[in-house]
Design a protein around this ligand. Structure first.
Ligand SMILES: [Zn+2]
Length: 737
């Protein structure tokens, strides 16, 4: 069988910055992401989940199949995003893992690669941070995918010789670069370099880059095709499979490489469904059906490099002042350190001179934290920096696993110090995690210091200072504020970076807030199951002990103690609580800790904690939905939906009833009985959910799981028909999962 002339690799870089409030480890509501709670939720619905369950439609616009796009992609998930998906939608993470395994079976090598941990611009990192960011990224990958990563994604593809040397030292076999990042190539038998630029470099083959230490060690570089990647990101090629495939053909034609030519298309993964609506459908049809029909071999980089080990050598473009280069800045890596001229174009007469002071401020925090860490940690850990590198293998693991890792580095003082010493060691490593996270490159990428992304990294900096202080160090807050005061917002009403810092620091949530939230929740929903998570204390586990007295009209009083444990760090506090609810839902709490006495009302709680109080009774109610009699009552409720459906009442009723359909369809392996299927079908009819709405998609996906088992009965076929599925079994040439 002759080899296909084209090896097509489509790489998606899937990533979100750490949006969690670092004090609670939960994402607060981001109003600009409405109707979703936050941007992770919104982009998940439009992209991460859509690609795990991508639709292939028949010519008459009925669903023929739901496929997993990740099993045809080369991809990386940033650790901060992967952790969020794992926590919020583990089914999708399972599909991502299954796709990697599927490629291993089909191609011999998986399609997933790692990403440097916190998406820092590696050429701008100090050498120790650069190493840790790479090692933590590799460790996160190994934990998530159950194998070592061969390749790694460099944030913004930012590269320098030091960066590639770090990758080689860490055992990485390959990475991806943009064509403009290479300025010379030579064949294995040539001494002289052939100068190339972004238009003349041949991307139809991979290249090798040799470690400057002369050891002969090397890394492979795959260079994506510029025009193709631009056509997908900025043109029409992601809107129709045939246009996409024609761009692939044109890319192959540009290469003079003999034998099989590599065509590498690389973009942000969010392109496929979020930046470009419905591009997940283009990708599904192109990669599962159309590419093969045209004789392109859909593969991944690991498999391609096994077949075609690179023999040509490449030289890196050095960038201005030798700082390095990146794919999204035409001034080297200036975008992440100064007003280089790159911006998104919002606002006439705006400037980005805030970028320099922002980096200086965060560097100031890092210096203070690392000096303190080296000193304080050496009392508990034999090799503080080695321990930090190793902490990446457990950074998101449960506390006992983290403690076990640190014990391996423990001094006698850690061993004999009990829980107090373990808690302190953990706090010191959490401080290091905080300083690594705050370098997420998005903080500098956009146009203003007061924008969402810059605010996120400033909030991470404020949190790092808070941890430093709690660990007994001296937090250089005044110097940091001085530096940030030089970072002026383009919107005068927003002030400077120092004002952003103060606002972000106001989002600090402590154990005292958590105790108050838990006490208010106990007063608001005294019949709730106490084993349920208390939702009004995000990020903490709270155990209340004491007496709850109920008065008339919802009034009540709690008096007792609260044991509050921070979920992420394990830090525990004990306090006494007296909380009361007045007849008109006026809540207040008096809380006494070892060091302070405070009085809090609802207004002192974070917004999400207040919202949680409103719905704290809902889980108990939904638990009853398993009973079809309750579901029939739901039908009555559905008939009350206002015709336009878009009033606040209509929206929340629809959300509740869609949830009811999912409960009726079940989640485990069981097939629901016919009665439940009939009720679910009628509910779907009455709800008239919009095509593509998150509620409808979830119901479709559950229905597909039931159909795909084969031989659907009449009740299930009726539901599938109502949802717009084509008659099943589907076309035999289509994959079945
Ligand atoms: Zn630039």
């Amino acid at each position: 069988v002759p080899a296909s002339p084209v090896a097509l690799v489509v790489h998606g870089h899937f990533y979100q910055p750490p949006r969690e409030n670092p004090w609670t480890d939960e994402i607060p509501r981001e109003p600009s992401a409405a109707p979703h709670h936050d941007w992770n939720g919104r982009i998940h619905a439009e992209c991460y989940r859509s690609n795990a369950y991508a639709r292939i439609f028949s010519p008459d616009a009925r669903i023929e199949s739901i496929v997993n796009n990740y099993d045809r992609l080369s991809f990386n998930f940033g650790p901060t995003l992967a952790r969020w998906i794992e926590r919020h939608d583990p089914h999708v993470m399972a599909r991502v893992r299954a796709a990697d395994e599927d490629q291993r079976r089909r191609l011999g090598v998986g399609g997933a690669i790692a990403q440097a941990y916190a998406h820092a611009i590696l050429p701008l990192c100090d050498p120790a941070d650069r190493r840790t960011q790479v090692l933590w990224g590799l460790a996160d990958f190994e934990r998530r995918f159950g194998r070592r990563a061969e390749g790694i994604w460099l944030p913004e593809t930012a590269v320098s010789p030091e960066t590639l040397a770090t990758l080689i030292d860490a055992g990485v076999a390959y990475t991806l670069l943009a064509p403009e990042q290479i300025d010379g190539v030579r064949a294995s038998d040539q001494d002289t370099w052939e100068e190339v630029d972004r238009d003349s470099i041949d991307t139809g083959r991979a290249y090798v880059w040799r470690h400057p230490d002369g050891s002969g060690r090397s890394i492979s570089l795959a260079v994506f095709d510029g025009p193709l990647s631009r056509a997908v990101a900025f043109g029409d090629a992601s809107t129709r499979a045939d246009l996409f495939m024609e761009s692939v053909k044109a890319a192959a034609d540009r290469s003079a490489t003999e034998g099989q030519r590599l065509v590498l298309c690389a973009s942000d993964g969010e392109l496929w469904g979020h930046h470009k609506k419905f591009a997940d459908l283009t990708l599904a049809f192109a990669s599962h059906v159309d590419a093969e029909r045209r004789g392109f071999e859909v593969t991944n980089l690991g498999a391609y490099l096994k077949k075609h080990p690179p023999v040509w050598e490449a030289r890196l473009a050095s960038g201005p002042d030798g700082e390095g280069t990146a794919w999204s800045c035409s001034h080297g890596v200036g975008r992440w350190i100064r007003d280089c001229g790159c911006h998104m174009g919002s606002g006439m007469g705006w400037n980005q001179s805030w970028r320099g002071p922002l980096r200086q401020a965060l560097d100031r925090i890092r210096w203070a934290a690392s000096d303190f860490y080296e000193d304080a940690a050496s009392q508990l850990l034999v090799d503080p920096w080695g321990a930090r590198d190793a902490y990446g293998t457990v950074v998101d693991a449960p506390i006992p696993e983290r403690d076990a890792l640190l014990a391996m580095y423990g001094t006698p003082e850690l061993e004999s110090g009990g829980e107090e010493a373990r808690g302190r060691a953990r706090l010191l490593l959490e401080l290091q995690r905080a300083t690594l996270l705050m370098y997420a490159s998005c903080g500098w990428f956009f146009d203003d210091i007061a924008g969402l992304e810059a605010s996120l990294v400033i909030r991470l900096g404020a949190h790092a200072l808070d941890l430093l202080q709690r660990a007994g160090g001296r937090a250089p807050t005044a110097e940091v504020l001085d530096l940030l005061a030089h970072a002026k917002s383009n919107r005068p009403e927003e002030g400077t970076g120092a004002d952003v810092f103060r606002r972000m620091n106001g989002q600090r949530v402590t154990a005292v807030h958590a105790a108050a939230g838990a006490a208010f929740e106990a007063l608001a929903a005294p019949f709730g199951d106490p084993a349920n998570d208390l939702r009004a204390a995000p990020g903490f586990d709270v155990t209340l002990r004491g007496s709850l007295d109920e008065g008339p009209e919802g009034a009540g009083r709690f008096s007792g103690t609260a044991e509050v444990r921070h979920r992420r760090s394990g830090a525990a506090d004990e306090m006494t609580v007296v909380a009361s609810a007045g007849p008109r839902a006026v809540y207040d709490a008096e809380i006494q800790t070892e060091v302070e006495a405070r009085r809090l009302t609802l207004d002192d709680l974070p917004e999400d904690a207040r919202a949680a109080l409103v719905i704290s009774g809902l889980p108990a109610l939904l638990g009853e939905l398993d009973d079809p009699r309750v579901a029939r009552l739901m039908l009555v409720a559905a008939r009350q939906l206002p015709p336009d459906g878009e009033t606040p009442d209509g929206v929340s009723r629809r959300a509740l009833l869609s949830r009811a359909v999912l409960v009726l369809l079940g989640e485990d392996d069981g097939v629901p009985g016919n009665e439940k299927l009939h009720v679910a079908t009628q509910l779907c009819d009455l709800l008239a959910l919009l095509q593509g709405s998150p509620e409808r998609r979830a119901i479709e996906e559950r229905t597909w799981a039931l159909i795909a088992r084969g031989r659907p009965n009449a009740a299930l076929r009726a539901l599938a028909d109502k949802l717009g599925f084509a008659p099943h079994p589907p076309h035999p040439s289509l994959p079945d999962s």
